[in-house]
Ligand binder design. Sequence first.
Ligand code: ADP
Length: 792
Amino acid sequence: MAKQNKDEQRLNDTIKELPVIPVKEDLVIFPYMPPVPPFPPHHIALSGESVTAAVDDAMVDGSRLICIFKLHEDKDKKELKIKDLHPVGSLVHIIKYRKEDENVLFLAQGRARIRIDEIIQTEPFIKARVQIIEEAANETTVESEALIRSVLSLFQKIVELSSRYQEEFSIIAENIDEPGRLADYIAAALNLKSEDKQLLLETVPIKDRLERLIVSLTKELDLLELESKIQSNAQEVINKGQREYFLREQMKAIQDELGETDDLGLEIEEMREQIEKANMPEKAKAAAEKELNRLSQMHASSPESTVSRNYLDWLINLPWDVSTEDRLEISHAKQILDEDHYDLEKVKDRILEYLAVRLLKQDMKGPILCFVGPPGVGKTSLGKSIARAMERKFVRISLGGIHDEAEIRGHRRTYIGSMPGRIVKSLRQAESNNPVFMLDEIDKLGSDFRGDPASALLEVLDPEQNNTFVDNYLDVPFDLSKVMFITTANQLYTIPPALLDRMEVLELPGYTTNEKLMIAKQYLISRQLEAHGINADQLSIMDDAIRQIVDTYTREAGVRNLERELGTICRKVARQVAEGNETPTHVTPADLPDYLGVTKFYSEVAERQGEVGVVTGMSATAYGGEILFVEATRMTGKGKLILTGQIGDVMQESAQAALSYVKSQSEYLHIKSDFFQKNDIHVHVPSGAIPKDGPSAGITIATALASLATGQKVIPDVAMTGEITLRGRVLPIGGLKGKTLAAKQAGIKTVILPQRNQKDLAEVPDDAKDGVEFVSVNHMSEVFEFVFKSAS
Ligand code: ADP
């Protein structure tokens, strides 16, 4: 019975009727306070009539006890129901309090966790019957021990890391034996969110409470670590910035002291503006800005800053966003082309077609035009006319002798004195990103250990990739797709095949004497007169005189030297005029030696004819068609073949084939049976300074060898061209027009050509064919028959 009473008593002890204050504020009070300070602060400030009334009641009662429960977020204090409150609250002992009107400030201490059994009254304050939740007895298991250790070590770390917590917190925590109390103490001390705190308050089983606390501690530790990392990074940045600022100020002071003014800042600002204005594409702008930042950190007079400035200067001054507006009017283009050039109808037509396609397609993709022909036939001037017709800028670079890829693509900036390549340089010069860009002498492009310029050019000319052309120096892409590239070459066969593939070839083989006369009369003379400040009344040159200049003062396919000679006459007349001689000058053929000196060329043909073993051939060289003499001679020996005169591989092989063929025909030609065993044969092609190649001299060499071996002369005024096979067949050759022009000019009367080239004669202007007989052959025997039979 006694025992039952005792239990009843305890139950009564744990059930009390007490004032309740529901709170919305971030206020969770844990039951345990350590006996020594520092406590986690529990200064509570609340307001409202019901709060004052509740506190009054607690004080009057003498118990000084009130209950604090957290309200669910969306609930109100009016007409309060139990379910509006969180299930677990705190029993609080008021240590001190002060009332100010409706506000109550008090210092309180948590005593226990409580639950509400029943609300007894709600006016003037809430009163409820509450039940105290007793802590379970302290039972140390391995598991709880481990949990406690984790809690302590995490808490310690947090205290160390954050200045928010006093160091004593962790010492006190270590001295709390009860795990439940420890958890409550740390939960109260920690800067947790109020929901987390409430959750910990509601977690009655101690093991669960510790586990939940560990989660909160770990979260807090992570946050703190991140926070301190962010802070230290920020600190680092600030320190670096401060250091730089300090050093720069120092540098300024030193410069001032030395009398060196620093305009760099100003210059940088200027450059920044220019970068904005240049309207660069994103990548280029980013590179420019990066470089500008680098520059701003350099000493104004350091060599490094010069390099940096140079780079920026290039970036700023390139025509990233500058283009000229195209005039694509076919009739206008035709007019300009005609204005600047005599004849060249086929080429002009093709150019106009090309422009027409551009007009319709509105882009510059498509094959690249390639003008092929000897010097002085108007390749460059056609390019200039195209630019003029389209109202585009014109730039031109010569690729002749370029071996180094860097000439095209530039040197990396790591080299001292490095520069962009020629493409970029020319664009800067053009001041527009869509000029007509002429690449001269593409047939003379070299390649060696310094890289392959042809492959760089391929990229430049390829419409699929040239919109992102990267110059090594600039190191950012430049869009070349709007540029109209035109290439020129003297001959086709040395152009790298991959490049040739991209191009559409337009041949300009050279002019006949009549054509040159017309060009001189209609274009060159008036230009030269103007260039020398005289007019047509003061100087006229007779047609015969012009012909004479063409025939004896120049030997060329184009008109460059003709123009020069005409210039010389103009210069001399200009001097006479300047000296006061007012009488008009008429230049006749007889006057030419006075103006131009003795004739420079004479017909070699007449002189060389009639020699055994000498035959006139025709070749197509880079300078246009030429006649050449193949000389064969013999000396006692063992049948060796010696070849001289800068002969290329193909021509050498062709000489071997010619020799073999002639040997095989010994009987038919009546050559002595031991002729080739007892003699060494020497074949020479004079004008040794000019390299010659190609198979087209085959029949000429064979004829020279036959002439030598048989001792028969070749009939006069004959020139020939054609490839020879071992069986004596005559194969077709190229460049017939140029060759015929040269033969005609040299006074040749008969041209022997392969049968299969007969059709090409249609391309040869009539005045070049005038007075020349053309003999077409299929086989070497026909050649022999013609040149020897007729002679005998
Ligand atoms: P290329 O580039 O083929 O070496 P250019 O274009 O420099 O030759 O021509 C040399 C000179 O001859 C230029 O003054 C050019 O105007 C003139 N010329 C060439 N062909 C013609 C032509 N068909 N009509 C008028 N002038 C010409």
